[in-house]
Design a protein around this ligand. Structure first.
Ligand SMILES: C[S@@+](CC[C@H](N)C(=O)[O-])C[C@H]1O[C@@H](n2cnc3c(N)ncnc32)[C@H](O)[C@@H]1O
Length: 250
């Protein structure tokens, strides 16, 4: 699928899911959200990219950031964020940001695995930040073991065809360094997901759910431990999605 076509599909998919994302616990709350907001406590102007229902944007306003611009490729997500006081929702592609330089920080929480060319997003973040500004990015990370990487990205893509790739830590490190960022914090984050909710909220088709159940019933060696997969009588009950939260400055 070409980049622009993929982004349209992603926007359509998240437009349909906008109401649900406003309520999902793993997105609405968490220590990661508090940490991101805390790091931005001194900022006046922050851009939140892939804002979804605006949870990060709301947390930023909560710590006193004066102006938050919340960008998302899905119009229904940008409109949801726009409803938050002191937040301006904007429909925008992470890889072609319609802004000039001047943000104190750019945040991007659990969204970059949908970007076809995340290195372009990192370059765009570098362009719109003021000198000395921070890029704060959190995303799912794939383990170093190629079989576990293939399993994680395989199940993510099966559940949601708009998933592009969860990158490894070294891949993130090189994307950031290539644009001149130096990584100042790198914090592991883990969120336990309830399998049925995880599948339901993005509207995974029945055929894909069956294939997903098959993959989880025969995971590669080490996957149960790496992703803390817990099984009930009807298959997977919960599993953990490993993530990394970076704070990098330019
Ligand atoms: C899993 S949601 C995460 C939302 C939010 N950051 C949070 O923490 O709850 C991913 C969001 O990224 C958005 N997205 C995906 N591709 C994008 C792109 N190329 N540019 C901007 N936003 C994008 C989706 O529309 C969706 O709202």
């Amino acid at each position: 699928m070409r980049g622009s076509e993929r982004k349209r599909t992603t926007a359509d998919s998240f437009d349909r899911a906008a109401a649900d994302y406003a309520e999902v616990t793993a997105h609405r709350e968490g220590e990661d959200l508090d940490l991101i907001a805390g790091w931005c406590g001194d900022a006046d102007r922050v851009l939140d990219v892939g804002t979804g229902a605006g949870h990060t944007a709301r947390a930023l306003v909560g710590v006193g950031v004066e102006e938050v611009v919340a960008a998302d490729v899905a119009p229904a997500m940008a409109a949801t964020a726009d409803g938050i006081e002191r937040v301006e929702g904007v429909v925008a592609d992470a890889e072609r940001l319609p802004f000039t330089a001047g943000f104190d920080a750019v945040t991007c929480r659990i969204a970059a695995h949908h970007f076809p060319e995340p290195e372009r997003f990192v370059a765009e973040a570098a362009r719109v930040l003021r000198p000395g500004g921070s890029l704060i990015v959190e995303d799912n990370v794939a383990p170093a073991d190629p079989d576990l990487d293939a399993f994680l990205n395989g199940v993510e893509r099966l559940r949601d065809p708009t998933h592009v790739r969860s990158y490894t830590l070294p891949e993130w490190q090189s994307m950031l360094e290539a644009e001149g960022f130096s990584v100042e914090e790198s914090v592991p984050v883990s969120k336990t997901l309830t399998y049925d909710d995880w599948v339901a909220r993005i509207g995974t088709s029945r055929e894909r759910r069956e294939r997903l159940a098959e993959r989880f019933s025969d995971p590669p060696a080490g996957a149960v431990e790496a992703f803390s997969i817990e099984y009930g009588e009807d298959g997977v009950r919960t599993f953990a999605s490993p993530k990394r939260l970076f704070r990098a400055s330019i």
